[in-house]
Design a protein around this ligand. Structure first.
Ligand code: SF4
Ligand code: SF4
Length: 331
């Protein structure tokens, strides 16, 4: 059973100690180039630069050669091109001078075939000897939550592969529709209008499948779920690391409703939990959900997004990426 280590006080130096022993146990060694995956922020939400700096200092202590990286995004805005994203990153404190290692914005990709996609993943990432995935745990309008799975699935992909994840699972209305209007109410992107029946605007639809899960009459068909595509893309990002070490850190604090791609992701919707560490991408996301739900006394992302966040971890386990069952050790 995979282990997840959990530290309530993220400011404690126990974080460095736990991270160092976790990385060494995972196989991180002196001389290895390490791709450090993180989201450097569109607006207010992002992985905290101070934790990135502390993680990089641990990698440097081991003797690794880390670089921070993220990929350009699919939608218009500063992060759509390398120079714009670099400027944004700088604004948020992600510079070599402040963090202690180079910052790479990736716009070159290599191909990894998956069940439903010709996935394109970051070239710089694929060429590294190891990867450390630093994730800010928060809500997400398509997957209900954004953890390590989402950080890799969307975050390491080319704009085309990001687009594929949002388009290949778009639902189609069948003859069962009785125009009850539920789908219009739950669609987070206002892509549905119900008159005589449900009408979907495919230019607005982000393929989240929330309408499909909430239709009480089975009137919205999907060929493949958003979660399946997201997990396939995350598995594609991990494929070059089949025989190389990978380690995950989830910062489960400042838990906002929306993801860090929103300029204003909103105020926190749940109390801070702390920082989690694991070698297993499924276990760390499952534990992040379990701990925050336990603290709130409810599956709060499901209530906020009308979409069960556990669909992602279930699908990731089904695709063989890791385990939903884990052992939790409080540091
Ligand atoms: S929820 Fe289902 S039945 Fe109701 S309007 Fe939408 S598609 Fe039709
Ligand atoms: S999949 Fe359904 S709920 Fe999601 S954006 Fe498209 S129409 Fe809206």
């Amino acid at each position: 059973m995979p282990e997840v280590h959990y530290l309530e006080d993220a400011e404690s130096s126990k974080l460095e100690e736990a991270l160092e022993s976790g990385l060494e146990e995972a196989g991180f060694k002196r001389g290895m180039t390490v791709a450090v995956k993180l989201h450097m922020g569109e607006g207010k939400g992002m992985f905290r630069p101070e934790i990135a700096k502390r993680a990089v200092s641990v990698l440097l202590k081991i003797g690794c050669k880390p670089f921070l990286f993220d990929t350009i995004v699919m939608y218009p805005g500063p992060r759509h091109i390398k120079a714009g994203y670099k400027a944004n990153a700088m604004l948020h404190g992600f510079t070599e001078k402040k963090i202690g290692c180079p910052v790479v914005i990736s716009d070159e990709f290599v191909l990894v075939k998956t069940a439903h996609m010709e996935a394109e993943v970051s070239k710089e990432m694929a060429g590294a000897d190891a990867m450390l995935v630093l994730t800010h745990f928060k809500g997400h309008d398509c997957a209900s939550f954004g953890g390590s799975i989402k950080n890799l699935g969307m975050g390491c992909a080319s704009p085309k592969t990001k687009r594929d994840q949002h388009s290949l699972g778009q639902p189609v209305v069948n003859d069962n529709c009785i125009a009850c209007g539920i789908c219009e109410k739950v669609c987070p992107f206002h892509a549905i209008k119900v008159s005589d029946k449900c009408h979907i605007s495919y230019s607005r639809c982000m393929g989240c499948d929330t309408c499909h899960y909430n239709c009480p009459h089975g009137a919205l068909d999907i060929k493949v779920s958003f979660e399946a595509l997201l997990c396939e893309a995350a598995a594609a990002a991990l494929q070059p690391f089949d025989k190389k070490p990978v380690f995950f850190l989830n910062d489960v604090r400042n838990i906002t409703k929306h993801c860090d791609c929103f300029p204003f992701p909103g105020d926190p919707v749940a109390k801070d939990v702390g920082v989690l560490l694991s070698k297993d991408i499924v276990a760390i996301d499952q534990a992040s959900l379990d701990l925050s739900n336990k603290q709130e006394g409810k599956n709060f992302f499901k209530l906020l997004h009308h979409h069960d966040p556990y669909l992602s971890t279930k699908e990731a386990e089904r695709q063989g990426m890791g385990k939903q069952e884990y052992s939790l050790e409080k540091i």
